[in-house]
Write a protein that binds this ligand. Structure first.
Ligand code: SF4
Length: 192
């Protein structure tokens, strides 16, 4: 059984796939405790892998994209089985992770890594995109972990605060080859 916080159908509001319809599966629990975290990933219920796959179908029909988020999706062992089952059901699996827990992933799984306190090098080298939270400073100390491999690196202003937006904008303009501005566009339209 997996510990679940919520499931819903919306659009991806962030990153490379912004605007794409997606079913979100928010897994409960996280192995970190970030100061600025505003996500409710508390446990609401337990659900089997089969139940979650059925729920994804009921919510999104044939929508190809499913986003596993949290909390930290890899904090639960059965997430591995959920990924397999969703792929078997024809879904394109996207995962949003803090990158602390290493797991082998099929090559068609899209991995967004948003490093916080620490980072497993295996997950850094597997990331398809990187999200850095700008909260009073640009946390560019994470860049070496991702090496010279060019992956989109989004600077996301925490809380859309003007000071954080200004910092992120300045950094993006200073290093256009490395950074993109990361906006939580779903919040602009009141979507989840
Ligand atoms: S890693 Fe993400 S979900 Fe976990 S506490 Fe930090 S911000 Fe929240």
């Amino acid at each position: 059984m997996l510990a679940l916080a919520e499931t819903f159908y919306s659009v991806q509001g962030e990153g490379t796939w912004t605007g794409s319809p997606a079913v979100f599966v928010r897994l409960a629990g996280c192995n970190l405790n970030c100061r600025f975290c505003d996500t409710d990933f508390s446990l609401k219920e337990f659900a089997s892998v089969e139940d979650i796959v059925a729920r994804v179908r009921a919510l999104g029909g044939d929508c190809p994209m499913v986003i596993l988020t949290g909390g930290e999706p890899f904090a639960q062992d059965e997430t591995r089985l959920l990924i397999e089952a969703l792929r078997d059901d024809g879904r394109r699996v996207h995962i949003e992770s803090n990158g602390t827990i290493a797991l082998e992933l099929p090559s068609d799984v899209w991995l967004t890594v948003s490093p916080k306190e620490r980072l497993d090098p295996k997950m850094a080298s597997r990331a398809n995109e990187v999200k850095l939270i700008v909260d009073g400073r640009v946390p560019d100390e994470w860049l070496p972990a991702f090496g010279e491999r060019v992956v989109p690196t989004f600077l996301q202003p925490e809380g859309n605060k003007p000071a954080n937006i200004a910092l992120a904008l300045a950094a993006v303009k200073a290093r256009p080859e490395r950074f993109r501005l990361g906006l939580q566009t779903h919040k602009f339209i009141g979507a989840r």
